[in-house]
Design a protein around this ligand. Structure first.
Ligand code: C2O
Ligand code: CU
Ligand code: CU
Length: 520
């Protein structure tokens, strides 16, 4: 780290911190900035200027599973090129996406537990990138630390002044995958620019399978479908609308002042398609729900109502299934659910709605029950051995406050952790490898989804009570409502080294709400 993060804050902040009077002209190709923050989400909603398609007309795309380029004693080797491409997200109006292999979402990687997965990323984008496997138990040098960048092929040098261990053109990430079956995802993690780079499309699924899960008889193969839910707004020319201070993403980071709390779009996409429709058999399906939105939180419900049976959380199977009538899903959380469509008649339509949204954001996608079909799947009453951690007097306790404040420049206040803006040179904690610690994390000003790399946690309690309905199982992300706190039993396993924790509202993350910890 050649330049201290703090001096960068001072330099970079100038662009973030337009005084309100100068910042009033938010113009994004005719977009109007509605300041209506959706219920349960921090942020301001952008309205699309491009015509949006009628809902439930586009078929649900299912991202391709990436084939390894080779498999050998080291593991399975994959290659991904990050590049710009034109995608038809809106009918007849192309959108430039920045995608893994040019697609949004990126291709799905499927790993078998314990079999190393080596992914070589080549950067043909005009900006530095960082790849993070969210939920991966990954050695620090492969975790996608925000300054460990891959500079563009051909050596454009933006970003090298940030320090870190940058590669030029391409690099390999080595993932041991020594962890249970789970729904992970990979996404960009570039310092200060994660929000806009994920928004342009840099996100994909990475699934882990293992024998124990395969033996359960849960719905599988074409009845096991990942659903990446995102919200976006589109400019009149079809491009993604995002209120970057510098849309080239090569200079000043951050968003214009009125989006400081988060960027919300008015169009909900699932696997990259606006409000898609999926034809299903009258049978059980497993859906791997991922909220990959920057700032939007959803409350998902089926209409007409039917149970969504949760079988897995962020980091793998629950001990036993839990039926939900509705599911609150914060950014980066995963819920693996089973829906049994045999309760419906052929021809029925079932809509997945968002009770926290209004207008177009109140709808997510639709299922159309197309035919009767045999179903050999089951949902066993015992899914996995999830041993409950218990607190002890000897545990190390730490506390983290996620709030706006503690650092400011030019009259605007940044998002911070324990009053500190992110500084790659400063570490907040040094948990011991193999230990469990008791952490209290608290959210102020607005809600903040807390996320920690490497470690896994169980929610001991929230707001002075037991865990909430959506906090079950092993997790890496948990939502914190404004003013709320959670007590987490956090297990540090697998690797030593420096990792980050942060708010997974990506605008907050980019505007300094991130902190280091060192596993020692
Ligand atoms: Cu999904 Cu550090 O991120
Ligand atoms: Cu992560
Ligand atoms: Cu936050």
């Amino acid at each position: 780290m050649t330049i201290s993060r703090r001096s960068f804050v001072r330099l970079g902040a100038a662009g973030l911190l337009l005084p309100a009077a100068a910042g009033c002209g938010v113009r994004l190709g005719g977009l109007s900035a509605g300041n209506n923050s959706a219920q349960g989400s921090a942020g301001s909603e952008l309205s699309s200027a491009a015509p949006l398609p009628a809902p439930f007309t586009r078929p649900l795309p299912i991202p391709d599973v990436l084939a390894p380029v080779r498999s050998d004693a080291e593991g399975d080797h994959y290659e991904i090129t990050q590049r710009a491409a034109q995608a038809e997200l809106l009918p007849g109006l192309p959108t430039e996406v920045w995608g893994y292999n040019g697609t949004f979402p990126g291709p799905t990687i499927v790993s078998q537990r314990g079999r190393p997965t080596i992914v070589t990323h080549r950067n043909e984008l005009p900006v530095p990138v960082v790849v993070h496997l969210h939920g991966g138990r990954t050695p620090a040098e492969h975790d996608g630390y925000p300054t460990d960048m891959i500079l563009p092929v051909g050596g454009a040098d933006h970003g090298h002044q940030m320090g870190g261990m940058s590669a030029t053109g391409s690099r390999a990430y080595v993932y041991p995958m020594d962890q249970p079956a789970a729904t992970l995802w990979y996404h960009d993690h570039r310092m200060d620019f994660t929000g806009p780079q994920v928004y342009r499309g840099l996100a994909g699924f990475h699934l882990v399978h293992d024998d124990a899960e395969d033996a359960l008889g849960l719905p599988a193969s074409d009845r096991d479908i990942p659903l990446m839910i995102t919200d976006r707004a589109f400019a009149a020319d079809g491009s993604f609308a995002y209120p970057s201070v510098d849309p080239s993403l090569t200079g000043t980071p951050g968003v214009t002042a009125e989006y400081m709390s988060g960027v919300l779009g008015d169009c909900i996409l699932v696997n990259g398609a606006p409000w898609p429709v999926l034809e299903v058999d009258a049978a059980r399906y497993r859906f791997r729900l991922l909220n990959a939105s920057n700032a939007r939180r959803y409350q998902l419900e089926l209409d007409p109502p039917a149970p969504m049976v949760q079988v897995g959380s962020d980091l793998g199977l629950l001990a036993a299934p839990v039926a939900h009538e509705r599911i609150d899903i914060a950014q980066a959380e995963r819920f693996d659910i089973v829906i049994d469509f045999s309760r419906y008649a052929v021809g029925d339509e079932v809509t997945l709605v968002n009770r926290y949204g209004s207008g177009g954001a109140a709808y997510v996608m639709r299922f159309r029950v197309a035919r009767r079909a045999p179903d050999g799947s089951r949902i066993p009453q015992r899914l996995a051995d999830v041993r409950l951690l218990t607190p002890s007097d000897t545990m190390v306790r730490r506390s983290f406050v996620f709030a706006r404040g503690g650092a400011e420049a030019h009259g605007m206040t940044l998002w911070t952790v324990n009053d500190q803006p992110f500084d790659p040179a400063f570490s907040h904690a040094d948990p011991r490898l193999g230990s469990v610690e008791l952490w209290r994390v608290r959210a102020l000003n607005v809600e903040h989804p807390f996320h920690i790399h490497l470690a896994q946690f169980q929610v001991l309690g929230k707001g002075g009570q037991g865990p909430g309905r959506f906090d079950g199982g092993w997790k890496d992300t948990v939502n914190l409502d404004n003013g709320d706190h959670a007590d987490l039993l956090v297990r540090f396993d697998g690797h030593r080294g420096r990792y980050v924790l942060h708010c997974h509202n990506l605008e907050h993350e980019d505007m300094m709400m991130m902190a280091n910890f060192d596993v020692v």
